[in-house]
Design a protein. Structure first.
Length: 79
């Protein structure tokens, strides 16, 4: 279990670095604070439709999410 946790954190940290390097390709859902691709119209996690696409917000959220374990339920968890 601890190994999966560490791998999960490592994968999230790598994704955060990817997002931080190109924040204009992403936006933050104002409903659930997930980071989604800039092109989406509704959030795949909460179906929200309000987003903050500012680079500062995307970078700040990537830093938060990349440094902690996943706590939200995503679509893949429900399959």
């Amino acid at each position: 279990m601890l190994e999966n946790y560490a791998m999960s954190l490592e994968a999230r940290a790598r994704k955060a670095v990817e997002i931080i390097s190109a924040p204009d390709r992403y936006k933050v859902c104002e409903g659930c604070e997930s980071i989604v691709a800039e092109r989406v119209v509704t959030c795949p996690n909460c179906h929200g439709y309000r987003f903050d696409g500012s680079k500062e917000r995307v970078i700040a959220q990537a830093q938060v999410l990349g440094g902690r374990e996943q706590t939200s339920v995503i679509a893949e968890d429900l399959e």
